[in-house]
Design a protein around this ligand. Structure first.
Ligand SMILES: NC(=O)c1ccc[n+]([C@@H]2O[C@H](COP(=O)([O-])OP(=O)(O)OC[C@H]3O[C@@H](n4cnc5c(N)ncnc54)[C@H](O)[C@@H]3O)[C@@H](O)[C@H]2O)c1
Length: 337
């Protein structure tokens, strides 16, 4: 019997002890263990201690009074009262789904939130309800705007989810940096090197040392195009929601001067707004692409999300492997209970 349920219970217990409600503790545990199951270890248990630290310092509010302001049938704004990001994002996607079911479109902004893990986790919830989702969040400074030597944009992921009619949803969920910052943090924690072409040190030289990379800048995907996408995400999730933006989102690991005030944006809509036969059309679309001739060594063309779905299915049958540092963190947190 895999250890997934046991680990979920442990994480839930830790959050309960930190003062979160049972419902909120459960939501956090679900999101963190899901990250482990899809293979995103940089966004799973390796962050547990960081979340707990911020709750202890009251930079994450364990008992937030979250306000949902209904602006129209489609549009809502959530003030998350510095809740842990998993809780505000769960509420945000629920609200967006509810609005989309009613009016065709659900458009929900969230301010005063914090790190919520994987965007795809929330997109999947909308896709399971047969909706299309576009999800954005800003993040602390990591990437320099094109032409600047100073990091300001976060790794600001862009996420798009759509029902496919297959078991695996289409989930494109990608940072705008060459690798996500969590992977660099995890490499630092585990004393590993990072790839040579993803970050520069403080003097602007390429580095494989995660410590130097965290002090320097991460490189965006596709140069000025990646920088432009990061900027777009900062506008969508920060400027228009009332959250921090322009490099002011605080780093959850290193900056204890106040709550992060991350912004998120959830845009959810019915796929049949313009056509009646969406299901037939999307199946046809995927079929055309999958049938294309393949380059050497590629057996199958995958659509985004298919790889993670396969990893998730495989991992459900296995034990989650905890590395030494994560085990130490969990034991420390349990000892303090
Ligand atoms: N909350 C935050 O502040 C924050 C910041 C950055 C990243 N993240 C999260 O980190 C996670 C990982 O980001 P990442 O940039 O490392 O993603 P990634 O590089 O692992 O994957 C990016 C996308 O490419 C797709 N993909 C990968 N291999 C493929 C293949 N062979 N064929 C087709 N598609 C393929 C994946 O399904 C995914 O949609 C994301 O879930 C993101 O939301 C969160």
């Amino acid at each position: 019997m895999p250890n997934i349920i046991k680990l979920k219970k442990i994480v839930k217990k830790i959050f309960l002890k930190k003062g979160l409600s049972l419902k909120h503790s459960r939501e956090c545990a679900d999101a963190i263990i899901n990250a482990e199951l899809v293979g995103a270890h940089s966004h799973g248990l390796s962050r547990l201690k960081m979340y707990c630290n911020r709750i202890d310092k009251r930079l994450i509010n364990p008992r937030p009074k979250i306000k949902v302001k209904k602006i129209s049938n489609s549009v809502s704004l959530i003030d998350a009262d510095n809740s842990i990001g998993f809780v505000s994002a769960n509420l945000g996607i629920k609200e967006a789904i509810k609005n989309a079911k009613k009016s065709g479109i659900g458009f929900v902004g969230i301010k005063k939130s914090s790190h919520y893990g994987l965007s795809g986790f929330y997109a999947e919830k909308a896709v399971k309800k047969n909706l299309i989702a576009m999800i954005y969040t800003n993040a602390p400074p990591a990437v320099a705007p094109h032409g600047s030597s100073k990091s300001l944009f976060g790794t600001n992921p862009i996420c798009f989810g759509a029902p496919t009619g297959n078991k695996a949803p289409f989930i494109l969920d990608t940072s705008i940096s060459k690798i996500n910052r969590g992977k660099i943090r995890l490499a630092k924690k585990n004393n590993q090197k990072i790839p040579a072409d993803v970050a520069l040190d403080e003097s602007g030289n390429p580095t494989t040392d995660p410590k130097k990379a965290l002090k320097g800048v991460q490189l965006p995907i596709a140069e000025f195009r990646g920088s432009g996408l990061a900027w777009m995400v900062d506008i969508l999730s920060g400027v228009i929601t009332g959250a921090n933006h322009g490099g002011k989102v605080k780093d959850p690991f290193d900056d204890f001067t106040g709550p992060q005030n991350v912004g998120h944006l959830f845009f959810v809509f019915r796929p049949n707004l313009f056509v009646k036969n969406y299901k037939k059309r999307i199946k046809e679309n995927i079929k055309i692409i999958k049938k294309l001739p393949k380059i050497n060594r590629i057996k199958k063309i995958l659509y985004p999300g298919e790889n993670k779905f396969n990893v998730y299915k495989r991992n459900l049958k296995k034990n989650i492997q905890l590395n030494r540092n994560v085990s130490v963190d969990i034991n420390e947190l349990l000892k303090a209970i």
